[in-house]
Design a protein around this ligand. Sequence first.
Ligand SMILES: CCCCCCCC/C=C\CCCCCCCC(=O)N[C@@H](COP(=O)(O)O)[C@H](O)/C=C/CCCCCCCCCCCCC
Length: 239
Amino acid sequence: MADVDTDFNLKVVLVNFKQCLSEKEEVLMDPYLTGWKGLIKFLNNLGAVFAFISKDVLTKVQIMEKFRNSEQKENYFSLQSMVKYEISNNLVDFQKRADHPDSGCRTILRLHRALHWLQLFLDGLRTSQEDSKTSSLCTDSYNIALATYHPWLIRKAVTVAFCTLPSRNAFLETMNVGTPEEAVEMLSDAMPFIGQGHPARKCLKPDLNLGPPVSRPGSQSTENIRIYLNYVNSSKTNL
Ligand SMILES: CCCCCCCC/C=C\CCCCCCCC(=O)N[C@@H](COP(=O)(O)O)[C@H](O)/C=C/CCCCCCCCCCCCC
């Protein structure tokens, strides 16, 4: 189960996400979840105001770890195998949260949206002026990537939490990759890869691009992925 200790190093987290992509262009679940556990460490260091966010992420990581420790673990080896398995076996609620309230498809979709927030936020941090407010950077990224999926109460709570964030430079230091300047340099190296490269194309894009279908056009796998992409892009995905 999720073992989330206290040290955080953004470089290590990014390496975990980079390792998500297999040679066959599958997104591998275990390094993906390890990457998330690294991010939880960071959230835990931000103090009590952020506890509700880190608890939500931890719950979602634990849902996925439970699948990976179950008899069906092979079906949850990658995001592609998960989509294939859950959709073929009617394990995803499409209309309302009902028989499968915590499906892997639903849970991963929420984690992916949050990674999109992270991508925007890190890019904002990297390209902003030294005196920029982290709360504004956070809010702007949140409004683009996540706010539409959250109810009013969560949006308000998040906005309040953002106001407690440290300054931009203090923030860059918490990455544990050296001085703020070195952190910016590291982010500059990492952003192309986050934006278009390995994990990005598969893990960080808001539309959850699952990459090339694992089998031929017209096959059942392709159809499953098409169904999942419709689910991701549908207006009802907040169920
Ligand atoms: C040194 C820079 C490194 C930055 C590292 C940042 C680390 C944090 C990374 C990501 C955090 C985002 C986590 C957000 C998860 C949101 C998942 C979600 O949408 N959950 C909602 C829906 O779930 P269900 O109820 O449908 O199961 C849930 O309702 C919301 C719960 C809590 C609110 C989440 C708000 C997220 C705001 C993102 C900001 C994170 C703050 C990070 C501060 C830098």
